[in-house]
Design a protein around this ligand. Sequence first.
Ligand code: PHE
Length: 449
Amino acid sequence: MSDLQPREQWNTRLGFILAAMGSAVGLGNIWRFSYVTGENGGAAFLLVYLLCIVAIGIPILMAEFTIGRKAQSDAVGSFSKLAPGKPWVIAGILGVASAFIILSFYGVIAGWTLHYFTQYITGGLASEPAGGYGDYFGGFITSTFHPLFWQFLFMALTIGIVYGGVKKGIEKSNKILMPLLAVLVIVLAGYSMTLGGASEALSFLFTPDWSALANPSVYLAALGQAFFSLSLGMGALITYGSYLSKEHRLPGAAVSVAGLDTLFAILAGLMIFPAVFAFGIDPSAGPGLVFITLPGIFDNIAGGQLFGLLFFFLLAAAALSSAVSLLEVAVAYFMRKFEWTRQKTALLIGGIIFLLGIPSSLGMGVLSGVTIIGGRDILDSADFLASNIFLPLGGLVIALFLGWGWKKADALQDSDFGDTTVGNAWVFVLRYFAPVAIFIIFLSSIGLF
Ligand code: PHE
C-alpha cells in the first residue's frame, strides 16, 4: 500500500477488541489446550500456564498493541520504522515465518473440524460408527485425499476473508459467532459434567499433582501454549494494533483479550475432561482428544446431532478468525514489501501456505513413519518449532525491544499506561522478568537448568 492511501482502520473500538479476541480464541483454546493439558498432567500444568499468561503473556500482549499502534505498519515494518537499521526486526521476520508454519498445520486441523461439521449435517456421526469414534477419527485422518480436501476448503475461506480486507472481512465475521460459541461451550460443559466423570475431571484440572512439575518439558509446553493461545510473539497483534487509531486505550483491551481467551480455555477443559473420564479415554491421548471425546457427548445428548452440528460449525468459525489473523500477518508484510495488491497477495501467500500444510496432513497416513523433531510427526514438529520456539523467541525480542529499545517515558505514554505503578511494573516485566523467565524455560527444556 502506498503511503498516500490512508491505512485501513477498524470501525470501532469494539471491532478491534473483537478482532483481537477472534484471533486469540480458536483451535488453541479447545483442540490444543485440551490435549496439551491432558498430556502434561492437568492441574499443575494449568497453573504454570496461568502464570505464563499473567506474568509474561499480558505484558507482551500490551507491548505488541503498543508497537503496532505507534508504528502503523506490519509485523516487520513496525520494527524497521521505529528502529531503522537495528536488529529488532528479527522479531518481525520470525513472526512472518511463524505465520507460515502455524497456518500450514492449523489449516489441517481446521479442515478436520469442517469435515466433522458436515458429518453432523448429513447425520454421518449422529450415532456411533462401528468401531467407535476413535476408529472413525483414525480412519479419516489417515486417508490421503479426504483431509486435504477439507484443508483446501478451509484455506479458501481464510483467503476469501483476507482478500476482502480488514473491515469488510475481518471485523464483521467475529461479532456474532464468538458469543454464540461461548454460550454453546458453557451449555456443553454443563452437560458434560452430568456424564459421571465430573469429580475426576475437576480433580484432574484443579488439584495439582506437583510431581508433574519435575518434568522440565512442562514449562516449555505451558509457555508455548500461552503464546499460541494468545496469538502472541509473531506480530499478529502488532498488525491488528496497527489498524487502530490513536484514540483507543490499550491496557483494557489487552486484559479483556487475555481474560476471555483464558476463560474459553478453562471452559473447554470443563467441557472435555468430564467426558474424557466418563468414557474412559486416556487424557493424554493426544491431538485427537476433542474429535474423539465430543462426538461421544453428542451421542448421549438429546438433540445431539444439532449440538454437534452447531459446535463444529462454531469451532470452525473460531478457527477461521484465528487463521485470518495468521494469514494477515504474512499478507500485510508482502503487500507492503512488494507493493502487490491485497487480493493478489492473499491468493498467492494463502496458496503457498496450503501447499506447505500438505505434508502435515499426509504425516497422519502415508507419511506416518516420518518423524522430525524428537520423535514428533510432521504436524507436531511444525507445531513444536513454531509454538514452543519461534513464538517465545519472538516474544522475548518484543519484550526487550519495548523495555530497552524505547525511552521509558515514551513506552509509558504510547501504551496509555502513563507514569503509574502498573505502567512501571509493566516496563520492569518487559525489561527483566519476561526475558529472564523465557530464557530459563528454554534452558530447562534442553536440560541445562
Ligand atoms: N490463538 C489462535 C488459537 O488459539 C492461534 C494463533 C496463533 C493465531 C498465533 C494467530 C497467531 O487458535
